[in-house]
Design a protein around this ligand. Structure first.
Ligand SMILES: Nc1ncnc2c1ncn2[C@@H]1O[C@H](COP(=O)(O)OP(=O)(O)O)[C@@H](O)[C@H]1O
Ligand SMILES: [Mg+2]
Length: 200
C-alpha cells in the first residue's frame, strides 16, 4: 500500500490539486484514499459534491476507515508551513514525498528551504506545477535550474489550465471538465515515473 504525501512550505502551490489528480490517476488500479490533513479542508471541499471516484477523509477518520476497508493507495494532502518536526514526521511516514512548486522565484526558494529541512534518507521529488503556457519559458527554465542543482525532479511538469478551477467548482476530476482532457495528459504522462519513485 504505497503512501504518497504532498507537502510544501508555501500555500497555493498545487498540493491539493496534485493530491486529487494523483488519486484520480491511481484509483483505476485500486481503491484509493485521500487523507485531508489540512484544516482548510480543500480536498474535502472538492469531494463534497460526490463526483470523485475515490474517498476523501479527514486525518482523524483515517484509522477507522482503513480498518474497515482495504486501500491500495494512500495520498496525504497537508497544510502549508509545516515546522521542522512535522516535515520530518511527514517524510518518514510516507513512501514518497512530493513537493509541488510553480516555476516562480518565491515558490522555488520555499521548495529549496524545504529540501534543506528534509532528512537525508527521505524519498522525495519535486513536481513543477502551474507552468504558464508558451511563449513563457518559466517552466523550461525552472526545470533546467532544478536539474543543474541536482534536485530530484519529475521529468515533466504540470501545466497551468483554467480547467483546474472548474474541476474544483464542479467537484469532479480534471478530465471530467471541458478543456480538462489536455490538462489530464500531464498526469497520465508522469504516472509511471510516480510509480517508480514510490519504489525509491
Ligand atoms: N495546474 C494548474 N493550473 C491552473 N490552476 C491550478 C493548477 N494547480 C492548482 N491550481 C489552482 O491554484 C490554486 C491553489 O491550488 P491548491 O491545489 O489549492 O494549492 P495548495 O494545496 O498548495 O494550497 C487553486 O485555485 C487551484 O485550482
Ligand atoms: Mg491545499
Amino acid at each position: 500500500m504505497p503512501i504518497i504525501s504532498l507537502s510544501s512550505f508555501k500555500g497555493g502551490v498545487s498540493k491539493t490539486t496534485s493530491a486529487i489528480c494523483l488519486a484520480s490517476l491511481f484509483c483505476d488500479d485500486g481503491a484509493t484514499l485521500v487523507i485531508d490533513a489540512d484544516p482548510n479542508r480543500s480536498a474535502t471541499t472538492w469531494a463534497r459534491p460526490g463526483g470523485l471516484p475515490f474517498q476523501v477523509c479527514g486525518e482523524k477518520e483515517a484509522a477507522k476507515l482503513m480498518r474497515s476497508q482495504k486501500f491500495e493507495y494512500i495520498i496525504f494532502d497537508t497544510p502549508a508551513r509545516p515546522n521542522d518536526a512535522e516535515v520530518e514526521d511527514l517524510a518518514r511516514g510516507c513512501d514518497l514525498l512530493i513537493v509541488p512548486t510553480p516555476p516562480d522565484i518565491l515558490s522555488m526558494d520555499a521548495m529549496a528551504l524545504m529540501a534543506k529541512s528534509l532528512p537525508q534518507d527521505t524519498n522525495w521529488k519535486v513536481l513543477l506545477t502551474m507552468i504558464p503556457p508558451p511563449p513563457q519559458k518559466d517552466g523550461q527554465e525552472a526545470m533546467e535550474a532544478l536539474k543543474i542543482q541536482n534536485y530530484p525532479v519529475f521529468s515533466r511538469g504540470i501545466r497551468f489550465y483554467k480547467a483546474y478551477k472548474d474541476a474544483v467548482a464542479s467537484g469532479v476530476p480534471i478530465h471530467k471538465v471541458r478543456g480538462g482532457k489536455v490538462a489530464w495528459r500531464d498526469w497520465t504522462a508522469i504516472k509511471n515515473e510516480v510509480i517508480q519513485a514510490v519504489k525509491g
